[in-house]
Design a protein around this ligand. Structure first.
Ligand code: ADP
Ligand code: LRH
Length: 480
């Protein structure tokens, strides 16, 4: 039977990649055409994304990919570019770690109390939700000229095709979408004076999104027409779509720059207890809800490694595995770790103020980070199960962290549940599979997941040693 090829553009906070997925009735093979660094740049006005360099990486990747039947784009959430009336980009997109949103939430809450905001949008509090970014931007000169807002993956999609849209799963991270109706929350927008006309019309995974422009074909050496297909453009939504899960009793942790830990549910949980625990109801493929918590993730390690002058990661992880576990832990959910810089010192300080031994060597700091992440995974998954009334038997770890055996093993131990690790490139696989489904090559969501389970290498970690030490460690962070 015929095999088709799909190009998946996946823009992560630490790297972008163009992957090629070959899909047949019982085959799924992913290869990397091109990977390029995503390096934020600090300029006098703040921290910015170098979106043109990322777009150049996309074009290089499409050239390296060669002939494909379709292209799909996914990327990180909440951030966006603003366009003027001519459709030209107004400056570099602001990084979600930029300081401009400091203190903005309090102003928003004066108009719409946090309880009402949660009941209407189901989104967790994070200072960088698009809603707060828009309120922060409102008085800027750039914003005065803005006629259109495109979320990160929708922006290069526009440059490739000339067509504008707002993909729904990613729109659900703006805090302007109602997870019950799966459409805009007109009331929240109007109470905050946000013009929803800034956004291009909503489109959903599977919708056609145009074809590559003639100039793009020339530059990439591709022969047209090459359609662009809307995928679950939030990278986390694409990753969840490609979990090698069977049944419903599973949890997941998408580990990359962030750890997104949670459940897939048929409907949002909008209770006050859920808000207090800061869980998000983001939208997934086919109207599912991704009920999850944002945990600082491997960002903590990335920033340490940067400070240490980029030592070899496997060597560092091997050394961390030899350090005695759970000596010191920090709260890996704490937004105090959001900003870049001085990470080893900030971690040491958090250990000191909580009365724990201060980790010193890179191996000790790395162990502290991984223990802390495993502990935060445990906390998030046990709370999610309780708040949603949805028990699980297995935890899937996907994303770059699935390659970190120590992190997977510690997470299995901390949760007291088996961990199935892989695929590491789940977002790209979910991107490919949604394109394949739109073109009739794969069946429903369950069939997509069966195909991943059958074709991708996975590693299973059984929990060891009981969870008592983890419960004890937890009590060091949460005063009784
Ligand atoms: P993002 O999509 O947010 O840019 P990724 O999913 O690509 O992030 O994950 C990147 C992270 O994965 C790295 O920071 C690193 O910690 C981890 N990682 C990648 N490869 C390996 C590896 N071979 N061994 C251990 N960890 C790895
Ligand atoms: C992960 C991610 C995550 C968001 C964050 C801003 O790449 O999309 O789901 O919360 O970036």
């Amino acid at each position: 039977a015929a095999t088709r090829s799909y190009a998946a553009v996946d823009l992560g906070a630490s790297s972008g990649r163009v992957m090629v997925g070959r899909v047949g009735p019982d085959a799924l093979e992913l290869t990397e055409a091109h990977r390029f660094p995503n390096r934020p740049v600090r300029v006098p006005e703040g921290l910015r994304w170098d979106i043109l360099s990322l777009y150049a990486g996309v074009l290089d990747g499409l050239r390296a990919a060669g002939p494909v039947d379709s292209v799909g784009l996914d990327g990180w959430a909440v951030d966006h570019g603003l366009l003027d009336a001519d459709g030209a980009l107004l400056g570099n997109p602001v990084h979600y770690r930029d300081a401009r949103t400091e203190g903005v939430a309090e102003k928003v809450w004066a108009s719409v109390p946090p309880e009402e905001l949660y009941a209407a949008t189901g989104l967790q509090y994070a200072p960088f939700n698009t809603l707060y970014q828009l309120v922060a931007a409102r008085s800027s000169a750039v914003f005065a000229r803005a006629e259109r807002l495109l979320l990160i993956p929708d922006l290069p999609a526009y440059w490739l095709t000339g067509e504008q849209g707002t993909e729904l799963t990613n729109a659900s991270t703006t805090q302007l979408v109602d997870p019950r109706t799966r459409g805009w929350s007109y009331e929240v927008a109007s109470r905050l004076g946000i013009d929803l006309g800034l956004f291009a019309p909503l489109r959903r995974p599977g919708d056609p999104a145009g074809v590559l422009r003639p100039e793009v074909l020339k530059e990439t050496g591709l022969t047209g027409p090459v359609p662009v297909t809307t995928v679950a453009s939030h990278d986390t939504a694409s990753a969840v779509a490609a979990l090698p899960a069977t049944g419903e009793r599973f949890a997941y942790i998408c580990t990359g720059t962030w750890s997104l830990a949670g459940l897939e549910l048929p409907a949002p949980v909008l209770t006050e207890a859920s808000r207090a625990a800061n869980f998000a109801d983001e939208l997934g493929l086919d109207g599912t809800v991704r009920y999850l918590r944002n945990i600082m993730g491997l960002w903590l390690l990335q920033e340490c490694v940067r400070e240490w002058g980029d030592p070899d990661l496997p060597t560092l992880l091997a050394a961390a595995a030899e350090v005695p576990g759970l000596r010191s832990v920090v709260d890996a959910g704490d937004t105090a770790f959001l900003a870049p810089g001085r990470m080893p010192a900030r971690i040491a300080e958090a250990c000191r103020v909580s009365g724990q031994p201060v980790p010193d060597s890179p191996a000790e700091v790395t162990r502290c980070v991984l223990d802390s992440l495993a502990l935060a995974h445990r906390r998030a998954l046990s709370q999610a199960q309780r708040l949603a009334g949805h028990p699980v038997d297995v935890v899937h770890i996907v994303g770059g962290g699935a390659r970190n055996a120590l992190l997977c093993r510690l997470t299995a131990d901390a949760c007291g549940l088996p961990v199935v690790a892989g695929p590491a490139e789940a977002a790209a696989l979910g991107n490919v599979l949604v394109q394949a489904r739109a073109h009739g090559l794969v069946g429903d969501r369950a069939a997509m997941r069966r195909l991943v389970t059958r074709t991708q290498p996975l590693t299973r970690y059984e929990p060891r040693g009981g969870t008592v030490p983890w419960r004890d460690a937890e009590s060091r962070l949460t005063p009784p």
